[in-house]
Ligand binder design. Structure first.
Ligand code: SAM
Ligand code: SF4
Ligand code: SF4
Length: 340
């Protein structure tokens, strides 16, 4: 089954946040001192996530990415992975993690049936990591990345948010590191999403600027031509190394966007920038079954006309999406709740 939104975009890709908690405090995501957390009793149980995944799959979803907060903080996560990996209709089951707990968990994740891992890695320098994340876990993250390969995963990606004056002098080093650990590096433009309360346009390093930096070191860089709805544009260096750039801020890709997001407490969002979502937890806990839940998803998706990043690009004056007070009132607007 395929359902299309108002622009003909199918519902295919679901990001499931399994917790809003995190063991890092990245400056571009969680810069504040205090946060309002989702109430524990409202967090979906694994069986509830699995039941919702079935409904989404009935409607065409065949890719699920687990995220957070930090997904590896969710107790017994391999059990959820086992439940999801057993679904024959799921073609791709991935996770995005900050890597801190990966060295411990990579083997169990692989054994449970996880297909792919993306690790967020913004810097190779421990001092920078400490300043950027306000935590001291850099060595653990690097060990975690090695553990992913050892556990037998392939198709590993390393995601780097590039920020002017913070890590824009590490693009080459990160590509070289990616080569050594057999992972594809993807550079992400700094986005003005909910939670990025310190964002400003002058800190954004555009795709164009990133390519210039890389071409000055590697020579001509060729785009890889491929038909995909993945957010990254991929490029090839002369030695064959492939890397990606996710240019959500200066050249958004909303036209192809087949992604939606489910928060850990069962709110479903049609766009990273959406201010309102659909509560799927309440009907689920009331006992709603497949068809009723499917109708709650089909209706909003068929009406979906979200193009959040494109609308942001069209603004004359660009500032953070939401102010801190509003984030405290509704933590669902936070990137760490929504899952990125
Ligand atoms: N904690 C996990 C991690 O960091 O990989 C998963 C959740 S995190 C919200 C998902 C992704 O969103 C990470 O790769 C992170 O770098 C990215 N992200 C968070 N805030 C961002 C921002 N303001 N601009 C661009 N990417 C951002
Ligand atoms: Fe950093 Fe991810 Fe945690 Fe946000 S959720 S603070 S990006 S590790
Ligand atoms: Fe999709 Fe919204 Fe991101 Fe555009 S801004 S790519 S519509 S999630």
């Amino acid at each position: 089954m395929r359902i299309d939104d108002a622009y003909g975009r199918p519902l295919r890709n679901l990001r499931v946040s399994v917790t809003d908690r995190c063991n890092l405090r990245c400056q571009y995501c969680m810069p504040e001192e205090d946060y309002v957390w989702l109430p524990r009793e409202e967090i979906l149980h694994f069986e509830e996530i699995s039941a919702l995944a079935d409904v989404f799959m009935d409607l065409g979803v065949d890719k699920i990415r687990l995220t957070g907060g930090e997904p590896l903080l969710r107790r017994d996560l391999p059990r959820l992975i086992r439940l999801l990996a057993a679904k024959p209709r799921l073609r791709d089951l991935a996770i995005t993690t900050n890597g801190v707990l990966l060295a411990e968990l990579a083997g169990a994740l692989k054994e449970a049936g996880l297909h792919r891992v993306t690790v967020s890695l913004d810097t190779l320098r421990a001092d920078r990591f400490a300043a950027l994340t306000r935590r001291q876990n850099h060595a653990q993250v690097l060990e975690g990345i090695q553990a992913v390969t050892r556990a037998g995963f392939t198709g590993t990606k390393l995601d780097t948010v590039v920020i002017r004056g913070v890590n824009d002098d590490e693009l080459v080093d990160l590509i070289e590191f990616g080569k050594r650990v057999a992972a594809e590096v993807r550079f992400i433009e700094y986005m003005d999403v909910g939670g990025a309360t310190r964002w400003s346009m002058d800190q954004v390093v555009s795709r164009k600027a990133m390519l210039e930096i890389l071409e000055s070191r590697y020579g001509r860089i060729e785009p890889v031509s491929e038909q995909t709805t993945a957010p990254a544009e991929r490029y090839r260096l002369r030695d064959g190394t492939v890397f990606g750039i996710i240019s959500s801020t200066t050249a958004p890709f909303c036209a192809e966007c087949d992604r939606s997001r489910l928060t850990a407490d069962g709110m479903w969002y049609l766009c990273l920038y959406a201010l309102q979502g659909t509560d799927l937890r309440a009907p689920l806990r009331r006992g709603a079954k497949g068809e009723e839940l499917a109708a709650l998803i089909t209706g909003p998706w068929q009406k979906r006309s979200d193009r959040g990043a494109e609308q942001r690009l069209a603004l004359r004056e660009r500032a953070p999406l939401v102010q801190v007070a509003r984030l405290k009132e509704d933590p669902h607007l936070e990137m760490h709740t929504r899952g990125g």
